[in-house]
Design a protein around this ligand. Structure first.
Ligand code: ATP
Ligand code: MG
Length: 323
C-alpha cells in the first residue's frame, strides 16, 4: 500500500495537472511496493506509467520548423534504448542522472533547482555521441531535432545568429532534444587568429542563448574536436561527457550485442580482442554486421571467427587507406 505522503502527492499533482510529478510519485509507489516484496504489482505500475508516457509522447505537438530551416534540421523519433549503448559505467551513470532528473524535475524545481539538461559530448568519431542523443530522446519520450551546425554556418554566414535564435525560440515552444552536431563549427576558440568577426559574434550569440535558455528542452552538443572549443562554452553546460575508443570489455560487449544469435560458446574472444584493438565502436559495429551478412548469405548459423577477423582488418585498412 502506498504511504500517506505518496497518496497526498498523487492528489496534488493531479489537481495541478503536473503529469510528470504524478508519474514520478507513481514510480515511487512502485519502488515502495517492490521493497515490500510485491514485485508483480510494482511491475504493473511501472508498465502503466511507461504506457501512459508513450501515449503522451505520441500526442506531442510537433511544431513545424520554419521553411528556411528545412534541410538544416532533421527530426526523428528514435527507437533506441539505453541497452544499445556500450559505454563506460561513468558515462552511463551520468546519462542515467540526466534521465532521472528530467523525470523528477518538479521535485527539484520545488526546491529551487533545475534539472541538468545542457550537455556537451566530446569524443572521437564513431564512439556513440549521436547515438546518445537518440537514446536520450527515446528514453525521455521526446522528439529529436538534429541541427547540422556546420551547414547552418556555411549556408547562412551572416545570418547564423538569427537562425540560432529561431532554434532557441522553438525550444520553448516544443519540448524536445535539440542536438547540435558538429558543434565545433561555431565553438572555435574565440581568440584564434583565423577567427573572423562573424564567427565570434555567432559564438557569443550561442553563449548568450544557451545561458538565457529556460525551456524544458534538452540541449545536447557534440564535437570530436575538443581543442577547438572555447573555455567559455564548457562552463555553460551542465555536464561534459568524454567519449573514448572502446576498451577490451566494451569491444567484447559490442560484438556480443551485434552478433547475438550468430556467435557460440567456442568463440575465440582473445583473437577478436586483438583484431579489434584501436577501432571505434562504429567500425566494430560495421565489421560485425558485415560478418553476420556473410554468414546469412552462406547459410551458416554462426559467424566464422576468421571471417570476422578479416572484416575487422578491413576496417583497420580502410582507416589507414589500404585495401
Ligand atoms: N558507444 C556505442 N555503443 C554502441 N554502438 C555504437 C557506439 N558508438 C557507435 N556505435 C555504432 O556506430 C554508429 C555510429 O555512431 P555515432 O553516430 O553515435 O558516432 P558519433 O560519436 O556521433 O560519431 P561522429 O563524431 O562521427 O559524429 C551507431 O549508430 C552505432 O551503431
Ligand atoms: Mg555523430
Amino acid at each position: 500500500m502506498a504511504t500517506a505522503d505518496q497518496i497526498k502527492s498523487l492528489i496534488s499533482s493531479y489537481a495541478t495537472e503536473d503529469r510528470e510529478r504524478f508519474f514520478a510519485v507513481a514510480l515511487q509507489v512502485a519502488a515502495h511496493e517492490a521493497k515490500q516484496g510485491h514485485s508483480s504489482l510494482a511491475h504493473e505500475i511501472r508498465e502503466l506509467v511507461d504506457k501512459e508516457r508513450r501515449a503522451q509522447h505520441k500526442q506531442l505537438k510537433v511544431v513545424p520548423f520554419p521553411q528556411d530551416l528545412k534541410g538544416l534540421v532533421i527530426t526523428e523519433t528514435p527507437e533506441v534504448s539505453m541497452s544499445k549503448l556500450v559505454i563506460t559505467s561513468s558515462i552511463e551513470l551520468r546519462i542515467r542522472r540526466v534521465i532521472e532528473e528530467y523525470f523528477q524535475q518538479s521535485k527539484l524545481k520545488a526546491h529551487g533547482f533545475s534539472p541538468r539538461r545542457k550537455l556537451l559530448l566530446v569524443g572521437s568519431p564513431g564512439t556513440g555521441k549521436t547515438l546518445t542523443a537518440k537514446v536520450l530522446a527515446h528514453e525521455l519520450h521526446l522528439p529529436l531535432h538534429i541541427i547540422q551546425v556546420d551547414r547552418l554556418v556555411t549556408k547562412f554566414m551572416g545570418e547564423t545568429s538569427a537562425k540560432l535564435r529561431q532554434i532557441f525560440d522553438l525550444m520553448r515552444q516544443e519540448k524536445a532534444v535539440y542536438f547540435f552536431d558538429e558543434f565545433d563549427a561555431i565553438g572555435g576558440e574565440r581568440t584564434l587568429e583565423n577567427d573572423v568577426g562573424e564567427m565570434r559574434r555567432v559564438l557569443n550569440a550561442f553563449l548568450q542563448f544557451i545561458e538565457q535558455d529556460q525551456s524544458d528542452s534538452l540541449i545536447v552538443a557534440a564535437t570530436n574536436n575538443p581543442r577547438l572549443l572555447d573555455h567559455a562554452l564548457f562552463r555553460r553546460f551542465d555536464d561534459v561527457l568524454h567519449y573514448e575508443q572502446p576498451g577490451k570489455e566494451e569491444r567484447q560487449q559490442l560484438m556480443k550485442n551485434i552478433l547475438a544469435g550468430f556467435s557460440n560458446s567456442r568463440f575465440s574472444w582473445t583473437k577478436l580482442m586483438s583484431a579489434s584493438e584501436g577501432l571505434s565502436h562504429a567500425e566494430i559495429d560495421q565489421a560485425c554486421r558485415d560478418a553476420v551478412k556473410l554468414a546469412i548469405l552462406s547459410d551458416q548459423k554462426t559467424v566464422a571467427v576468421p571471417a570476422l577477423i578479416d572484416a575487422l582488418q578491413q576496417r583497420h585498412h580502410a582507416y589507414h587507406g589500404r585495401t
